[in-house]
Design a protein around this ligand. Structure first.
Ligand code: FAD
Length: 434
């Protein structure tokens, strides 16, 4: 039996304000389940919820603690969008595909409210206040206007509207934006309390969850699969890989690892802004994202401002990446220059070759759902219902998520320098206003 070094917790604002953690039974050997799930984030837990609804027994095996991955450290922006706009999806893949994915996005946002309600997760502080896309130049604003007209006219989605520069200033407290697109779908949440609340609800429903249980290998036997961990093995009929951007923790999930480019996303949180001078900043408590390719985003978390964007390249955080975020925040919100930053943290986003999440089957025993491309709070926590359907032998239709395969990343061994090059190119395009 091998022992693994523990994975360190990150020091985020979410950790500091976390609700109490549920305690889970220690992993023990020799149990059999219908399905074993690798990964204790939104995807894995949501899968356990929907398997149980189908009367299937499931175990969730998490390498660290519940929510240690992206689910416990993200920005808490609840959104149903994809990296490609719906009009682009329609143009490239057909209207039917775009409509299906648009419906999935709205369903996923609504589903966040359903989970919060079902499991009584008041500490998640879910505010369905909508989201605001903040145009950094006229080209981007023109694109938003086209998208809104298309959503109204083609999909009949009236939740989006265009805001003037004055309305943007009133909404954000910043003069930096030439206009924006308000979408009343979406909102903000405390991401760690959300994932802990789901886990507590599953535990109360009798679903087996084990922390500090890294799956180190998946073996096949006559009855299905055997999952090895340092504390013993469990056997199951099928296995679900729900490890997203953390699929390289052990070799067990190498089948999906090479289709994912982990990209570091970082954020900073200010000290509490108690002075009334700050009351006009982000006063509607929505989520706010910029239109730059190297997107930055911001929100309030109680009386603080959180500001996020690209993190360091490579395996660890850098002073430079946090300093760049701070500089961008102060440029947009000059009154924050005098305010201290109390928390800085980061995590890995799972990018895919086509910028789309994927749900699929590797073979008769293995199902996966990965690749949320930085928008997984709503999507991943809803994905379990479709993963469970696939486990049960059904073929759910989620547009590109299920109609197209998860593609391997070309030049995988040199992905880091390639990511730097692409990011540099995007930054250049942003700088010249294209
Ligand atoms: C910094 C950051 C900010 C983000 N902001 C937003 C946002 O504001 N809005 C939004 O919608 N999305 C956001 N995202 C994306 C979102 O957080 C993810 O898409 C979502 O959390 C994915 O959930 P998951 O359950 O698939 O993966 P994760 O939550 O990453 O869970 C995977 C888990 O698998 C475990 N694991 C890995 N290997 C093994 C193994 N061998 N055995 C057992 N366990 C294993 C890991 O420990 C990890 O806990 C952000 C992501 C990051 C990193």
């Amino acid at each position: 039996m091998t022992t693994q070094p523990p994975l360190p917790d990150i020091q985020s604002l979410w950790q500091e304000t976390a609700a109490s953690r549920p305690a889970f039974d220690e992993m023990s050997s020799g149990h059999r389940f219908d399905v074993a799930i690798i990964g204790g984030g939104y995807t894995g837990l949501s899968t356990a919820r929907y398997l149980a609804r189908r009367g299937l027994s499931a175990v969730v095996l998490e390498a660290s603690r519940i929510g240690w991955g992206a689910s416990g450290r993200n920005g808490g922006v609840v959104s149903g969008k994809f990296r490609l706009s719906f009009s682009d999806i329609a143009a490239r893949y057909g209207l039917d595909t775009a409509r299906r994915m648009h419906d999935l996005g709205i369903e996923s946002i609504d589903h966040v409210g359903e989970l919060v309600e079902d499991y009584g997760i008041a500490s998640a502080g879910f505010h369905p206040t909508g989201s605001l896309r903040c145009a950094h130049n006229q080209v981007s604003l023109d694109g938003l206007k086209k998208e809104v007209a298309w959503l109204h006219g083609t999909l009949g989605d009236r939740a989006c509207s265009i805001l003037s520069p004055e309305e943007m200033e009133a909404e954000t407290g910043s003069r930096d934006f030439v206009g924006g697109m308000l979408n009343t779908h979406g909102g903000v949440i405390h991401p760690l309390n959300f994932v802990l609340g789901i886990a507590a609800g599953l535990k109360a429903a009798g679903i087996a969850i084990h922390e500090k249980a890294p799956v180190t290998a998946i073996r096949r036997d006559r009855n299905g699969v055997v999952l090895e961990t340092p504390h013993g093995a469990v056997s199951a009929g099928q296995v679900v890989i729900a490890t997203n951007s953390y699929s390289d923790l052990t070799p067990a999930t190498s089948a999906v690892r090479k289709s994912i480019i982990p990209f570091r996303s970082a954020m900073i949180a200010t000290e509490p802004l108690t002075d009334s001078a700050y009351a006009s900043l982000l006063s509607q408590d929505r989520s706010y994202t910029e239109t730059r390719r190297m997107m930055r985003w911001f929100r309030r978390a109680g009386d603080r401002v959180i500001y996020g964007g690209r993190g360091a390249f490579g395996k660890t955080d850098s002073e430079g990446a946090f300093a760049a975020l701070h500089k961008a925040m102060v440029r947009q919100f000059p009154e924050l220059a005098a305010v201290s930053v109390t928390h800085r943290w980061s995590g890995l986003v799972a990018m895919t070759m086509d910028s789309i999440p994927h749900l699929g089957r590797l073979d008769d025993r293995v199902v996966y759902a990965v690749g949320y491309n930085g928008t997984g709070v709503a999507m991943a926590s809803n994905m379990g219902r479709y993963v469970a359907a696939m486990v049960a032998g059904e073929s759910p239709d989620l547009g590109l998520l299920t109609r197209t395969p998860l593609k391997p990343v070309p030049l995988y061994p040199i992905r880091e320098p390639v990511v730097r090059l692409v990011a540099g190119w995007y930054q250049f395009l942003d700088a010249i206003g294209r």
